[in-house]
Design a protein around this ligand. Structure first.
Ligand code: MN
Length: 233
């Protein structure tokens, strides 16, 4: 219940990776009225499991997009991807970094009421766990981002990689697997990144995963079916 109402220092990036989730979630909380939306306020601090979770939510807001979220530093680093991820390594998908979300958000599926921030239907499109891809990171033109797979602190190294604007990682999801990268676009502001698939065994050139696998990995429901469920009050 530490709700500081004022918004001084709004827009502070604060993503060192080691910040407590309470601070990382200030922007998230300030945008939402939790008496009206079923989205989680987020109370969990730190990582519950040894594996870092990830999820992708298909969000039919004013414009359909996919919210790509990676657990890091006790919160979910989040990017809005208008077209969604692609298994085709030739596709570079715009990914706009947005505010950190609470870890509990990774299991959220339902409808955000009209009038609330992000109003619309949310479908859990993919979920699983992720890890930094040390091999791809090291191979990437020796940019000096070093990840140590055998150490116990991959999260700290991933935070540094995000700060540098280039994170290479392996997804262990139901729809998405293999090696991926998030790369900040140069000269386009801090929020604009590209999400792309590395050319590995999990790549599928010419595929359209959004069309091939449109439904929820949690419940098998479509957006329409979720929207028709009025349950979550
Ligand atoms: Mn969204």
């Amino acid at each position: 219940m530490t709700e500081q109402g004022n918004t001084s220092g709004a827009g502070e990036p604060a993503r060192g990776g080691a910040e407590p989730a309470a601070d990382a979630l200030a922007e998230y909380r300030s945008r939402r009225d939790f008496t009206h939306t079923a989205e989680p306020a987020g109370g969990r601090v730190g990582t519950a499991g040894e594996r870092l979770i990830f999820c992708i939510q298909k969000h039919a807001a004013s414009r359909l997009h996919y919210d790509f979220r990676l657990e890091l530093g006790g919160a979910l680093k989040s990017w809005a991807v208008p077209k969604g991820p692609s298994l085709d390594p030739h596709d570079k998908r715009l990914a706009v970094m947005v505010e950190d979300h609470p870890l509990e958000y990774a299991s959220f599926e339902g409808t955000i009421p009209a009038g609330e921030y992000g109003a619309g239907t949310v479908l859990l499109w993919d979920a699983g766990w992720w890890e930094p891809d040390a091999a791809w990171q090291a191979a990437g033109a020796n940019r000096g981002v070093r990840l140590h797979t055998e150490t116990a602190a991959p999260a700290l190294d991933a935070a540094a990689a995000i700060d540098r604007g280039e994170l290479k990682f392996i997804l262990h999801g139901k729809k998405l697997t293999g090696s991926w990268a998030l790369v900040r676009m140069k000269g386009r502001g801090p929020q604009n990144w590209l999400l792309l698939k590395h050319a590995d065994a999990a790549a599928l050139p010419g595929s359209d995963i959004e069309s091939d696998a449109p439904d929820s990995v949690a419940t098998g429901r479509s957006l329409d079916q979720i929207a028709a469920t009025k349950s979550d009050a």
